[in-house]
Ligand binder design. Structure first.
Ligand code: PGA
Length: 264
């Protein structure tokens, strides 16, 4: 079984104080009895404080980016060595990095390599632009992104891939579950070519893009989907908790949470 993930990408939101308040609420709201993997990705500057606030909790901590060099004269960058020991997970190749900071498949490739070398678990983000989607180029773009980001890398079974169509991110216009499931199957096929069937079957594929407590079930119920990477809605503690609880009901129906779903 692939263990499902609900991950929150807080992006450039929350001060250190707000980040700690948010994670405290999430931690208390979720309690201890959950089976899905929960990851929160606050801004770099809050990682230490959030790590402290998560002491003793199974909620995992992730960074939103890294630089591929280990150290040196790279003003303003954060290296894999700085993150190792502080967090377990790192988001790589997010479309906002590609769009606003010129990140290419080649850069994502170096970052994945550097993350793995430092013992960090990457969540590799891929997804097509609206014009590519409308021109029927989704498969081509997604395939190319996977091939370039993973070129020359021994793909680990604990890699996580987040399919995030750019037109769905922060727009309130989420993709449809069935459509996302077909894309996830395509992604798994490309991953099998880049590694092997067994590894590809173990890799978790998440959906991201305007996921909310209202629509998350549609994605989680798909056979090829293994969870969600949530942006905006992960900043609201009650909504994030609710999404985790829905995931518990969907993935572990024989072991549902003992309390009722928390409304958001
Ligand atoms: P969103 O962001 O949920 O706010 O659309 C998702 C993401 O970019 O990871």
């Amino acid at each position: 079984m692939r263990f499902p993930i609900i991950a929150g990408n807080w992006k450039m939101n929350t001060t250190v104080t707000e980040a700690v308040e948010l994670v405290d609420k999430v931690r208390k709201g979720i309690g201890a009895g959950f089976s899905v993997e929960i990851i929160v990705c606050p801004p770099f500057i809050s990682l230490t404080a959030v790590k402290e606030a998560l002491k003793g909790s199974a909620i995992k901590l992730g960074a939103q980016n890294l630089y591929f060099e280990e150290k040196g004269a790279y003003t303003g960058e954060v290296s894999p060595l700085m993150l190792a020991g502080l967090c377990e997970v790192v988001i790589i190749g997010h479309s906002e990095r590609r769009q606003y900071f010129g990140e290419t498949g080649e850069i994502a490739n170096k970052k994945i390599g550097a993350a793995l070398k430092a013992g960090l678990k990457p969540i590799l983000c891929i997804g097509e632009k609206l014009e590519d989607n409308e021109a029927g180029r989704m498969s081509e773009v997604v395939t190319e992104q996977l091939q370039s980001s993973l070129a020359g890398i021994a793909v680990p079974a604990d890699l996580v891939v987040a399919y995030e169509p750019i037109w769905a991110i922060g727009t309130g216009r989420a993709a449809h579950g069935k459509q996302v499931n077909e894309t996830a199957a395509l992604i798994r096929g490309v991953l099998a070519e880049l590694s092997n069937q067994e590894t590809a079957q173990g890799i978790r594929i998440l959906y991201g893009g305007s996921v909310t407590a209202e629509n998350i079930a549609e994605f989680l119920e798909q056979s090829e989907m293994d969870g969600a990477l949530v942006g905006g809605a992960s900043l609201k503690a009650d909504q994030f908790i609710n999404m985790v609880e829905q995931a518990e009901y969907i993935y572990f129906p024989n072991n549902p949470p003992t309390k009722d779903l928390i409304p958001w």
